[in-house]
Design a protein around this ligand. Sequence first.
Ligand code: NAG
Ligand code: NAG
Length: 366
Amino acid sequence: MLKVVAPVLMATLVAGHGHVTNIVVNGVSYQGWDINSFPYSSDPPTVVAWGTPNTGNGFIAPSNYGTSDIICHLNATNAKGHAVVAAGDKINLQWTTWPDTHHGPVIDYLANCGDSCETVDKTTLKFFKIDGVGLVDDTTVPGTWGDDQLIANNNSWMVEIPPTLAPGNYVLRHELIALHSAGSEDGAQNYPQCFNLQVTGSGSAQPSGVLGTELYKATNAGILVNIYTSLSTYVVPGPTLISGAVSITQATSAITASGTPATGAGGAVTTSASAGQTSSTTTARTITSATSTTTSSATTLTTKVSTSSTTLVTSKTTTTAASDSSTQTVYGQCGGSGWSGATACVTQATCTSMNPWYSQCVPTAV
Ligand SMILES: *[C@@H]1O[C@H](CO)[C@@H](O)[C@H](O)[C@H]1NC(C)=O
Ligand SMILES: *[C@@H]1O[C@H](CO)[C@@H](O)[C@H](O)[C@H]1NC(C)=O
C-alpha cells in the first residue's frame, strides 16, 4: 500500500552513509549540523557547519557534479557561525560510524570567503586542496584507503591548516568519496561537509582555487574506477595539492571543552575550562601516512594505544552503522562477492544489488 510521504523525505531516500557530528580544534568541540533535528526546526541553532535538508545521510552523485549540491552537499546553506583557528592548527572532524565497505579517498579543501563565510555566495567559492589521501596500500584488493584510516582513527580525520596561509575567513570543505560502486558510471558517492573557519596568523599564502562545480568530472580516473581489481596507481580527484599543504600523522583529539561558534567578526568562545591542551590529549591511536602520497608505497599502520579520559560534550551520536545481528540495518551491506554478513534487511528495507560486489539495504517505499 502506498502511503503519502512528504516530498522532502522522498528526495532524501537515497542510499547513503554518514556525516560529521562535530569538529575539534585544540580540544574544543564545535557541534556539527545535526541531520536528525536541525532540518525539522524553523530556527536551528547557530553552528559552524553548513546546513542541509539531507536527513538521510545521502550523497552527491557524479551526475550532479555540475550543480551547486557538490559544493557543500544537498541544497546547503551557509553556517551561521564560525570557529577561530590559527594557521598551523589541526582540526579533527568526527564522523558517524563509517562503513568499512565504503572505500575511497578523504579530501580537504579551503576557499576564501572574503568578508564573511556566513553570507558568502557558495557558487563563488574557489577551493584549493590542502589534503588528499587515496589508495594507501593495495596489497589486498580492494586495498586500504584514506577512509579506512579514518575508521581506524575512531571514525575521525585530522587535517592541518597550512601554517603559511594568509589570515582570513575560509570554508573548510571536507569530503569522503565512497568508491564501492564506482566501477559503473555515476556510481561514486561524494559526501562533502563544510565548516566556517576564521584563520588567524601571519602567513601570506593566498592559493588560487576552482569553483566547487568544477572540482570533478564523472569520468575522472579517480571517480570512475573499479576498486575490486588491483590498481597500480590511484590519483585522488580534484586539483593538485597546494605547495603549502602539510602531511600529518592521523590522530584523534580528546575533547576538553565545548565551543560556542563566533558570529560576525567576533572570536569563538570556549564554554568550559581547561581547553587548548592538545599536545597532552591527542594521540589515542595514530596511523602513519603521508597526506601528499596518493599511491601506495609501503605505508605502515602502527597502533599506539594510550588512555585518555575524554568527555564528549556534544550531543548524541547517531547510530547508522551496520549491526552484527542477522538482519542488516538500512543502508548497510547485505550481499556481494565475498560478503559473509547478514543478507536479510530490516523490514523497512530491501536488499538491492548495486554491483556484483556490493548489495545494500535500500529503504522500501512505504
Ligand atoms: C533542494 O532544492 C531544490 C530546488 O530548490 C528543490 O526542488 C528540492 O526539493 C530541494 N530538496 C530538498 C531535499 O529540500
Ligand atoms: C571516539 O569517538 C567517540 C564518538 O565520536 C567519542 O565519544 C570519543 O571521545 C572518541 N575518542 C577519542 C579518543 O577521541
